[in-house]
Design a protein around this ligand. Structure first.
Ligand SMILES: [Zn+2]
Length: 491
């Protein structure tokens, strides 16, 4: 079988190949009949143009400016003896200024917010401490879609060896000026588009003290009823470049996602176990959507760059701001470079003695010299492409369900159209073997005319297929006329 390309579909193509090759000696299973392999969507020219504006030089300017604040330790907000222009408060002012400037250039398209609050005493917060989250909102242009939101975040606080050190140098170039640069570049690029739903660009504080800023923002989002469909957390996306390290990969970025949602109730967890849905949390569907977007906007012939989906919430011994959003029930994932150098994170800056051997090996500290701005730009483009695609899409099908009234070797799926979906929206039925990591097969659902929902005629769509629901996992997504795909909804 021919695949659309050999790279970067990676796992999904391999699995598809395995599924198909296994039929050489065995009879063809029902789920292969009429199956087409999942292929990339055509790129949206407007999104392509926006991505081209994301340049390494902008990333470099942002990271240089953030490193220039000496320390961005969250607790430095309470210090009054720092030199002028140093410390986290100065960094917050600068980030807000960047969003203001971007907004000025797009005719005031961004609402820039500084959310300042007092963090109470905790293990890493020895006194009540002022924290400020800075974020900018690009309001959706379609009144029926503007309530839907996608969000990109990084943390602008930094630390050195002692997480309570408010004065010592803590450049935090990779952790996490790189992630803040992604948020700012996404704002710059997407402010040029007219997206129907809303995009939020965030820089939070307090990550190193215990995810305090993101926890505050996620709770605010929940209490205010934000319809957050996707949260992209970028933390340590600098593409660390240590001289002599041959194991770093610059054509990949890891995307971590939770399996069983941490916010699932005991009843929901029982259901997940019973149906084998440990691998289909909203966060994991978001991770798959990122991989799908990468296949569209990073074709092999333009210099491959691919997300590697890691099916766990985070790395060993580490946490991140996405988990604050997971805890409030939102789909959220973490982007992190392929291979981290722990000498260049959370360390006091130590420069090598003059004349010592390998300079890269000897240096400690999160210094800008180890950041690869071109790599960060690629991560930013993947974030921006994902945000734009989801914000332009019609929204995921609502209330997806499988009919289970009778024992049946076929499958009937039903769902409701997302609010505001027009007649140009169609639906893709997707499926994969239960052991496959990503969607393998797709069939465009034919022949539906959307009815206007009324009290007596619910806007329910349904499709029946001769494939057993016992052997595969089904999902359904909405696609508009321009090919923007929603997240996949799993019944
Ligand atoms: Zn970090």
């Amino acid at each position: 079988m021919n695949f659309p390309r050999s790279f970067p579909c990676l796992l999904s193509c391999l699995t598809l190949a395995a599924a198909v090759s296994s039929t050489a000696s065995l009879a063809q299973p029902d789920f292969l009949a009429g199956a087409a392999p999942v292929t990339p969507a055509a790129p949206d020219p407007a999104i392509v143009r926006a991505l081209q504006t994301i340049q390494p030089a902008h990333i470099e300017e942002t990271i240089k400016a953030l490193v220039g604040f000496g320390t961005r330790n969250t607790l430095s907000s309470m210090e009054t003896d720092l030199p002028p222009g140093q410390g986290i408060n100065a960094a917050a002012d600068w980030i807000a200024g960047q969003f203001d400037q971007i907004s000025k250039e797009c005719g005031g398209c961004l609402d820039v917010h500084r959310d300042t609050f007092t963090q109470p005493i905790s293990e890493r917060v020895p006194q009540p401490t002022t924290l400020t989250n800075v974020y900018a909102v690009l309001r959706g242009s379609d009144p029926t879609q503007a309530k839907r939101m996608v969000l990109v975040t990084g943390h602008y606080d930094s630390r050195n060896t002692n997480v309570l050190d408010t004065h010592g140098s803590a450049p935090g170039a990779n952790d996490d000026a790189s992630g803040v640069a992604v948020s700012i570049e996404c704002a710059r690029a997407l402010s040029k588009l007219h997206l129907p739903s809303t995009v939020v660009f965030v820089a939070v504080a307090g990550e190193e003290q215990g995810l305090d800023g993101s926890s505050h923002l996620a709770k605010l989002a929940k209490s205010e009823g934000w319809q957050l469909e996707a949260v992209l957390n970028n933390d340590i996306v600098g593409g660390n470049t240590t001289p002599g390290d041959s194991l770093q990969l610059k054509d990949r970025v890891r995307v971590f996602s939770e399996g069983v949602p941490v916010a699932a109730s005991p009843d929901q967890q029982r259901r997940i176990r019973a149906l084998g849905q440990e691998n289909d949390s909203p966060s994991r569907e978001l991770a798959r959507a990122i991989a799908d977007t990468a296949r569209t906007y990073f074709p092999a012939d333009s210099g491959p760059f691919a997300p590697v989906l890691v099916f766990r919430p985070d790395r060993y011994l580490r946490g991140g701001d996405h988990s604050s959003f997971n805890r409030e029930g939102f789909a959220a994932v973490r982007f992190t470079e392929w291979r981290e150098d722990f000498n260049h994170q959370h360390q006091n800056v130590v420069l090598p003695p003059p004349g010592s051997g390998n300079p890269g090996e000897a240096i400690k500290g999160d210094l800008i010299q180890f950041v690869d701005f071109a790599y960060v730009a690629k991560v930013a483009r993947l974030n921006a492409a994902t945000l734009a695609t989801l914000a332009a899409s019609p929204g995921a099908p609502v209330k997806p369900g499988l009919e289970t009234k009778d024992l049946d070797n076929g499958t009937t799926l039903n769902w409701e159209a997302p609010p505001g979906a027009g007649p140009d929206v169609h639906y893709d039925l997707l499926w994969r073997e239960t052991s496959a990591p990503d969607w393998q097969f797709v069939q465009k659902v034919p022949g539906y005319t959307l009815t206007v929902p009324t009290a007596s005629v619910p806007n329910t769509l349904s499709v029946k297929v001769p494939i057993s629901k016992d052997n595969v996992i089904f999902g359904v997504r909405s696609v508009d006329a321009a090919g923007h795909r929603s997240l996949v909804a799993v019944p």
